[in-house]
Design a protein around this ligand. Structure first.
Ligand code: HEC
Ligand code: HEC
Length: 133
């Protein structure tokens, strides 16, 4: 009796181990959810000789704060000029005119890809125009 129980338990463990391989495999390779690949978009911007208002690392971490600061500056203070800390270039503090029209003309391929992945829906587009729509 003891012997059979042991075999059954071992069988169950082996079954579970094999059954869960695809799960563990996807955890290791990162296939579980497709992490957006922004390299093509960034490469093609670079090829056009374009750079963002700040470095890519800065933008990845801080673009939401930067945009919210821009909005407050413009709406509350009528302050429309942004001088890039990284490059010293002056930009118009505008989501539509600067970010979307000059570079990120394809919002769904760039902004949305990431936002969908992290499950955020910035409510900016109710008012701000999306280029090409
Ligand atoms: C309810 C409508 C509305 C929503 C939603 C909204 N905005 Fe605005 N936003 C405005 C208006 C109106 C202005 C003033 C436009 C001006 O003076 O040029 C403005 C100005 C701005 C500006 C500066 C000027 C420009 O042309 O871009 C920024 C940057 C901005 N908003 C960012 C955002 C961001 C980021 C979001 C989402 C988190 C957002 N806004 C959501 C209405 C809105
Ligand atoms: C590399 C991934 C990535 C890309 C690309 C990206 N975002 Fe984001 N965005 C995020 C993440 C992550 C958050 C949420 C941060 C948080 O919750 O604090 C966010 C949040 C925001 C917010 C703040 C939303 C709020 O409710 O306050 C705005 C505005 C925004 N993004 C605008 C944009 C725009 C415009 C673009 C395209 C030009 C863009 N993002 C591209 C990752 C990205």
């Amino acid at each position: 009796m003891m012997y059979d129980t042991g075999k059954i338990v071992a069988g169950i463990i082996i079954f579970l181990a094999i059954f869960s391989v695809p799960f563990w495999y996807s955890q290791v390779t990162g296939d579980a959810e497709e992490v957006p690949n922004l390299d093509p978009a960034l490469e093609s911007l670079k090829a056009e000789g374009k750079q963002c208002v700040e470095s890519v690392d800065y933008m990845r971490a801080k673009h939401m704060d930067l945009l919210n600061t821009w909005r407050d500056d413009v709406v509350r203070g009528a302050d429309r000029e942004y001088v890039s800390e990284e490059y010293g270039v002056t930009y118009d503090k505008s989501l539509t005119d600067t970010c979307l029209e000059q570079c990120h003309t394809n919002k769904s391929d760039f902004c949305d890809q990431c936002h969908t992945y992290v499950n955020v829906e910035p409510g900016c587009w109710e008012c701000h125009n999306i280029v090409g729509e």
